[in-house]
Design a protein around this ligand. Structure first.
Ligand code: MTE
Length: 318
Protein backbone atom coordinates (compact mmCIF):
# COMPACT_ATOMS: atom_id res chain seq x y z
CA UNK A 1 0.00 0.00 0.00
CA UNK A 2 1.36 3.41 -0.95
CA UNK A 3 1.00 5.96 1.84
CA UNK A 4 2.06 9.51 1.21
CA UNK A 5 3.01 11.08 4.50
CA UNK A 6 2.31 14.80 4.57
CA UNK A 7 5.32 16.92 5.33
CA UNK A 8 4.64 18.77 8.54
CA UNK A 9 4.61 22.19 6.89
CA UNK A 10 1.89 20.98 4.53
CA UNK A 11 -0.52 20.48 7.41
CA UNK A 12 0.57 22.06 10.67
CA UNK A 13 -1.24 20.14 13.38
CA UNK A 14 -3.42 22.81 14.84
CA UNK A 15 -3.42 25.16 11.92
CA UNK A 16 -5.12 23.69 8.88
CA UNK A 17 -4.42 26.09 6.02
CA UNK A 18 -7.55 27.80 4.67
CA UNK A 19 -8.25 26.86 1.06
CA UNK A 20 -7.68 30.37 -0.27
CA UNK A 21 -4.24 30.50 1.25
CA UNK A 22 -3.55 27.04 -0.12
CA UNK A 23 -4.59 28.08 -3.62
CA UNK A 24 -2.48 31.20 -3.37
CA UNK A 25 0.42 29.11 -2.30
CA UNK A 26 -0.05 26.86 -5.33
CA UNK A 27 0.06 29.77 -7.74
CA UNK A 28 2.90 31.42 -5.86
CA UNK A 29 4.93 28.24 -6.01
CA UNK A 30 4.88 28.45 -9.81
CA UNK A 31 7.36 31.34 -9.76
CA UNK A 32 10.39 32.52 -7.81
CA UNK A 33 8.01 34.37 -5.53
CA UNK A 34 6.91 30.91 -4.47
CA UNK A 35 10.01 30.43 -2.42
CA UNK A 36 9.34 33.59 -0.51
CA UNK A 37 5.67 32.65 -0.20
CA UNK A 38 6.53 29.15 0.99
CA UNK A 39 8.87 30.51 3.64
CA UNK A 40 6.28 32.99 4.86
CA UNK A 41 3.77 30.18 5.18
CA UNK A 42 6.17 28.02 7.12
CA UNK A 43 7.47 26.01 4.15
CA UNK A 44 11.16 25.49 3.58
CA UNK A 45 13.13 28.57 2.56
CA UNK A 46 15.57 28.37 -0.35
CA UNK A 47 18.49 27.84 2.04
CA UNK A 48 16.73 24.88 3.60
CA UNK A 49 15.91 23.30 0.22
CA UNK A 50 19.58 23.58 -0.68
CA UNK A 51 20.64 21.96 2.59
CA UNK A 52 22.55 18.72 1.94
CA UNK A 53 20.43 16.95 4.57
CA UNK A 54 17.07 18.14 3.22
CA UNK A 55 16.27 14.58 2.04
CA UNK A 56 16.20 13.39 5.68
CA UNK A 57 13.08 15.43 6.48
CA UNK A 58 10.47 15.00 7.71
CA UNK A 59 11.63 12.26 10.07
CA UNK A 60 9.16 9.86 11.61
CA UNK A 61 7.53 11.26 14.72
CA UNK A 62 8.17 9.43 18.00
CA UNK A 63 4.65 9.43 19.42
CA UNK A 64 5.86 8.86 23.01
CA UNK A 65 6.42 12.58 23.42
CA UNK A 66 2.92 14.03 23.40
CA UNK A 67 2.04 17.64 24.15
CA UNK A 68 -0.59 19.04 26.51
CA UNK A 69 -1.00 22.08 24.24
CA UNK A 70 -0.93 23.19 20.61
CA UNK A 71 2.29 23.37 18.62
CA UNK A 72 3.48 26.98 18.47
CA UNK A 73 3.05 28.19 14.89
CA UNK A 74 6.46 28.60 13.28
CA UNK A 75 5.78 32.22 12.41
CA UNK A 76 5.97 32.97 16.16
CA UNK A 77 8.71 30.59 17.29
CA UNK A 78 11.04 31.51 14.41
CA UNK A 79 10.59 35.21 15.01
CA UNK A 80 11.17 35.44 18.76
CA UNK A 81 14.53 33.95 19.61
CA UNK A 82 17.34 34.22 22.10
CA UNK A 83 20.66 34.01 20.26
CA UNK A 84 22.93 36.57 21.90
CA UNK A 85 25.66 35.96 19.35
CA UNK A 86 23.42 37.93 16.97
CA UNK A 87 22.07 40.52 19.37
CA UNK A 88 20.09 40.80 22.58
CA UNK A 89 16.71 41.49 20.94
CA UNK A 90 14.33 38.67 20.02
CA UNK A 91 14.49 39.62 16.33
CA UNK A 92 17.71 37.91 15.36
CA UNK A 93 16.48 35.83 12.41
CA UNK A 94 17.91 38.15 9.75
CA UNK A 95 21.25 38.72 11.52
CA UNK A 96 21.64 34.97 12.13
CA UNK A 97 21.56 34.32 8.37
CA UNK A 98 25.21 35.49 8.37
CA UNK A 99 26.23 32.25 10.08
CA UNK A 100 27.74 29.85 7.53
CA UNK A 101 26.58 26.39 8.50
CA UNK A 102 28.62 24.44 5.90
CA UNK A 103 31.17 23.06 6.23
CA UNK A 104 30.47 22.43 9.93
CA UNK A 105 32.77 20.35 12.10
CA UNK A 106 32.01 18.96 15.52
CA UNK A 107 34.88 18.19 17.93
CA UNK A 108 34.64 15.43 20.55
CA UNK A 109 37.40 15.57 23.15
CA UNK A 110 38.34 15.33 26.82
CA UNK A 111 37.69 12.07 28.67
CA UNK A 112 36.86 9.85 25.70
CA UNK A 113 38.47 6.66 24.38
CA UNK A 114 39.80 8.61 21.37
CA UNK A 115 39.16 12.30 20.60
CA UNK A 116 37.86 12.95 17.07
CA UNK A 117 36.32 15.48 14.73
CA UNK A 118 33.37 14.73 12.51
CA UNK A 119 31.63 16.71 9.78
CA UNK A 120 28.00 17.48 10.62
CA UNK A 121 26.75 15.82 7.41
CA UNK A 122 28.56 12.57 8.31
CA UNK A 123 27.36 12.73 11.89
CA UNK A 124 23.67 13.18 11.08
CA UNK A 125 23.67 10.21 8.70
CA UNK A 126 25.05 7.95 11.45
CA UNK A 127 22.31 8.94 13.90
CA UNK A 128 18.72 7.67 14.29
CA UNK A 129 16.65 10.74 13.32
CA UNK A 130 13.15 11.19 14.69
CA UNK A 131 10.70 13.98 15.38
CA UNK A 132 9.65 14.83 18.94
CA UNK A 133 7.11 17.37 20.12
CA UNK A 134 8.74 19.18 23.04
CA UNK A 135 7.82 22.13 25.21
CA UNK A 136 10.45 24.80 25.84
CA UNK A 137 10.17 26.99 28.92
CA UNK A 138 12.39 30.07 28.90
CA UNK A 139 13.63 31.41 32.23
CA UNK A 140 12.01 34.71 31.12
CA UNK A 141 8.58 33.05 31.69
CA UNK A 142 7.45 32.46 28.11
CA UNK A 143 6.92 29.03 26.63
CA UNK A 144 6.53 27.35 23.26
CA UNK A 145 5.95 23.87 21.86
CA UNK A 146 8.00 22.82 18.84
CA UNK A 147 8.28 19.76 16.62
CA UNK A 148 12.04 19.24 16.77
CA UNK A 149 13.84 16.70 14.59
CA UNK A 150 17.05 15.21 15.88
CA UNK A 151 18.55 12.22 17.65
CA UNK A 152 18.84 11.12 21.27
CA UNK A 153 22.02 12.32 22.99
CA UNK A 154 22.38 8.67 24.09
CA UNK A 155 23.10 7.69 20.47
CA UNK A 156 25.75 10.41 20.28
CA UNK A 157 27.33 9.16 23.54
CA UNK A 158 27.61 5.70 22.01
CA UNK A 159 29.62 7.24 19.17
CA UNK A 160 31.71 9.50 21.44
CA UNK A 161 32.65 6.70 23.87
CA UNK A 162 33.28 8.69 27.06
CA UNK A 163 35.51 7.12 29.72
CA UNK A 164 34.07 5.98 33.04
CA UNK A 165 35.89 8.89 34.71
CA UNK A 166 33.79 11.48 32.78
CA UNK A 167 31.32 13.17 35.13
CA UNK A 168 30.10 16.02 32.94
CA UNK A 169 29.49 16.86 29.31
CA UNK A 170 30.47 20.41 28.34
CA UNK A 171 28.97 21.79 25.10
CA UNK A 172 30.09 24.90 23.21
CA UNK A 173 28.77 27.14 20.44
CA UNK A 174 30.96 28.38 17.56
CA UNK A 175 33.19 31.42 18.13
CA UNK A 176 33.53 33.77 15.15
CA UNK A 177 33.48 37.49 15.82
CA UNK A 178 33.47 38.21 12.10
CA UNK A 179 29.92 36.84 11.68
CA UNK A 180 28.47 37.17 15.19
CA UNK A 181 28.39 40.82 16.27
CA UNK A 182 27.36 39.84 19.81
CA UNK A 183 30.69 38.08 20.23
CA UNK A 184 32.44 41.42 19.82
CA UNK A 185 30.89 42.41 23.15
CA UNK A 186 33.83 41.39 25.26
CA UNK A 187 32.04 41.50 28.61
CA UNK A 188 30.21 38.26 27.70
CA UNK A 189 32.08 34.98 28.42
CA UNK A 190 32.10 33.64 24.82
CA UNK A 191 31.81 31.06 23.48
CA UNK A 192 28.35 30.20 24.83
CA UNK A 193 28.89 27.13 27.00
CA UNK A 194 26.56 24.73 28.73
CA UNK A 195 26.93 21.53 30.72
CA UNK A 196 25.07 18.45 31.89
CA UNK A 197 25.97 15.65 34.27
CA UNK A 198 26.58 12.34 32.50
CA UNK A 199 23.31 10.85 33.85
CA UNK A 200 21.45 13.92 32.52
CA UNK A 201 23.18 13.61 29.15
CA UNK A 202 22.24 9.92 28.93
CA UNK A 203 18.60 10.56 29.88
CA UNK A 204 16.01 9.50 27.32
CA UNK A 205 14.72 13.08 26.96
CA UNK A 206 18.07 14.68 26.13
CA UNK A 207 17.92 15.38 22.42
CA UNK A 208 20.30 16.84 19.84
CA UNK A 209 18.26 18.86 17.39
CA UNK A 210 18.97 19.22 13.68
CA UNK A 211 15.59 20.34 12.39
CA UNK A 212 12.25 21.89 13.29
CA UNK A 213 8.82 21.84 11.65
CA UNK A 214 9.86 18.97 9.40
CA UNK A 215 12.88 20.62 7.76
CA UNK A 216 16.50 21.48 8.61
CA UNK A 217 16.91 24.05 11.41
CA UNK A 218 16.87 27.65 10.37
CA UNK A 219 19.84 29.57 11.70
CA UNK A 220 18.02 31.48 14.44
CA UNK A 221 17.02 28.15 16.05
CA UNK A 222 20.72 27.23 16.35
CA UNK A 223 21.57 25.49 13.08
CA UNK A 224 22.93 23.04 12.30
CA UNK A 225 22.95 21.34 15.74
CA UNK A 226 21.51 22.39 19.09
CA UNK A 227 20.49 20.82 22.36
CA UNK A 228 16.95 20.30 23.72
CA UNK A 229 16.62 19.52 27.44
CA UNK A 230 12.94 20.37 27.93
CA UNK A 231 12.79 19.95 31.72
CA UNK A 232 15.33 22.76 32.17
CA UNK A 233 15.05 26.48 31.49
CA UNK A 234 15.67 27.26 27.84
CA UNK A 235 19.11 28.77 28.34
CA UNK A 236 20.49 25.26 28.86
CA UNK A 237 19.48 24.38 25.26
CA UNK A 238 22.70 25.62 23.68
CA UNK A 239 22.71 26.40 19.95
CA UNK A 240 25.03 25.91 16.96
CA UNK A 241 27.26 23.37 18.69
CA UNK A 242 30.87 22.78 17.65
CA UNK A 243 32.43 21.07 20.66
CA UNK A 244 31.50 18.29 23.10
CA UNK A 245 34.07 17.82 25.88
CA UNK A 246 33.82 15.18 28.58
CA UNK A 247 35.22 16.38 31.89
CA UNK A 248 35.63 15.55 35.55
CA UNK A 249 34.96 19.16 36.67
CA UNK A 250 31.56 20.79 36.44
CA UNK A 251 31.65 23.23 33.51
CA UNK A 252 30.70 26.83 34.14
CA UNK A 253 27.92 27.86 31.79
CA UNK A 254 27.61 31.18 29.95
CA UNK A 255 24.86 32.67 32.12
CA UNK A 256 26.29 31.20 35.32
CA UNK A 257 29.62 32.93 34.59
CA UNK A 258 27.73 36.20 34.11
CA UNK A 259 25.32 36.06 37.05
CA UNK A 260 25.40 32.86 39.10
CA UNK A 261 22.83 34.10 41.65
CA UNK A 262 20.21 34.21 38.87
CA UNK A 263 21.27 31.42 36.48
CA UNK A 264 22.76 28.26 37.92
CA UNK A 265 24.16 25.01 36.59
CA UNK A 266 21.01 22.91 37.18
CA UNK A 267 18.23 25.27 36.05
CA UNK A 268 15.40 22.75 36.40
CA UNK A 269 11.96 24.30 35.90
CA UNK A 270 10.01 24.78 39.14
CA UNK A 271 6.95 27.04 39.57
CA UNK A 272 7.64 27.37 43.31
CA UNK A 273 11.16 28.73 43.04
CA UNK A 274 11.01 32.30 41.75
CA UNK A 275 13.76 33.91 39.76
CA UNK A 276 15.30 36.59 42.04
CA UNK A 277 13.55 39.26 39.93
CA UNK A 278 10.26 37.62 38.88
CA UNK A 279 7.85 34.77 39.62
CA UNK A 280 8.07 31.46 37.76
CA UNK A 281 4.53 30.40 38.76
CA UNK A 282 3.05 30.97 35.30
CA UNK A 283 4.23 31.15 31.71
CA UNK A 284 3.05 33.12 28.68
CA UNK A 285 2.31 30.98 25.63
CA UNK A 286 4.29 32.46 22.75
CA UNK A 287 2.10 34.10 20.11
CA UNK A 288 -0.89 34.44 22.50
CA UNK A 289 -1.88 36.28 25.66
CA UNK A 290 -2.56 33.02 27.42
CA UNK A 291 -0.92 32.42 30.80
CA UNK A 292 -0.61 28.82 31.98
CA UNK A 293 0.59 27.46 35.29
CA UNK A 294 4.25 26.42 35.11
CA UNK A 295 4.78 22.69 35.68
CA UNK A 296 7.51 21.19 37.87
CA UNK A 297 10.30 19.94 35.56
CA UNK A 298 8.19 21.57 32.83
CA UNK A 299 5.89 18.53 33.01
CA UNK A 300 8.69 15.98 32.40
CA UNK A 301 9.12 14.77 36.02
CA UNK A 302 8.36 11.14 35.18
CA UNK A 303 11.51 11.06 33.03
CA UNK A 304 13.89 13.09 35.14
CA UNK A 305 12.86 13.50 38.81
CA UNK A 306 14.97 10.48 39.82
CA UNK A 307 18.12 12.15 38.49
CA UNK A 308 18.02 14.56 41.43
CA UNK A 309 17.50 12.15 44.34
CA UNK A 310 20.04 12.84 47.08
CA UNK A 311 21.08 16.19 45.62
CA UNK A 312 19.01 18.33 48.00
CA UNK A 313 22.00 20.49 48.94
CA UNK A 314 22.28 21.70 45.31
CA UNK A 315 20.44 24.72 43.87
CA UNK A 316 18.46 22.45 41.58
CA UNK A 317 15.89 25.03 40.44
CA UNK A 318 18.01 28.10 39.68
N1 MTE B 1 22.50 29.28 22.62
C1 MTE B 1 23.40 30.22 22.23
N2 MTE B 1 24.51 29.81 21.61
N3 MTE B 1 23.18 31.55 22.40
C2 MTE B 1 22.06 32.01 23.07
O1 MTE B 1 21.92 33.23 23.25
N4 MTE B 1 19.97 31.43 24.21
C3 MTE B 1 19.35 30.40 25.05
C4 MTE B 1 19.22 29.07 24.31
N5 MTE B 1 20.43 28.74 23.61
C5 MTE B 1 21.11 31.06 23.52
C6 MTE B 1 21.36 29.67 23.24
C7 MTE B 1 18.06 30.82 25.57
S1 MTE B 1 18.09 32.00 26.79
C8 MTE B 1 16.89 30.26 25.15
S2 MTE B 1 15.41 30.61 25.92
C9 MTE B 1 16.85 29.35 23.99
O2 MTE B 1 18.13 29.18 23.38
C10 MTE B 1 15.91 29.93 22.98
O3 MTE B 1 15.74 29.05 21.91
P1 MTE B 1 14.88 29.55 20.67
O4 MTE B 1 15.46 30.84 20.18
O5 MTE B 1 14.96 28.45 19.66
O6 MTE B 1 13.49 29.77 21.18
Amino acid sequence: MLIRRLRSWELPEHEATPETVFLNRRSLLAGTAGLIGAAALGGPAAAQRADPTFDLYPAKRNESFALDRAITPERFSADYNNFYEFGSSKSVAVAAKALKIRPWTVVVDGLVEKPFEIGFDDLIRKMPLEERLYRLRCVEAWAMAVPWTGFPMKAFLDLAKPLGSAKYLKMQTFLDRSVAPGQRQVWYPWPYTEGLTMPEAANELTFLVTGAYGKPLSNQFGAPLRLAVPWKYGFKSVKSLVRFSFTEERPKSFWEALQSSEYGFWANVNPKVPHPRWSQATERILGTDEQRPTLIFNGYGEYVADLYKGLDSERLFV
